[in-house]
Design a protein around this ligand. Structure first.
Ligand code: ZN
Length: 70
């Protein structure tokens, strides 16, 4: 794989990842990603994104039930 921006080599790494949702912000300090060794631009694998989406879907439900309980 090569970087979409500068064609540099992508290496396995971790980058901060933030999702803004209704009612909360979800921040991962180290989300799995491919990171360009030249420009440091992260590229997310579809499987990694899927895994994060599953966590967020779960959180959505938990936060919703919190809201209902209040
Ligand atoms: Zn790059």
């Amino acid at each position: 794989m090569e970087c979409l921006y500068c064609k540099g080599a992508l290496v396995r790494g971790a980058v901060p990842f933030t999702i803004h949702r209704e009612g909360y912000h979800f921040v991962l300090d180290k989300a799995p990603a491919w990171v360009c060794d030249q420009c440091a631009e992260p590229v997310f694998d579809e499987t990694d994104v899927d895994a994060i989406q599953r966590v967020v879907a779960d959180l959505d439900q938990q936060v919703m039930s919190l809201g209902n309980a209040a």
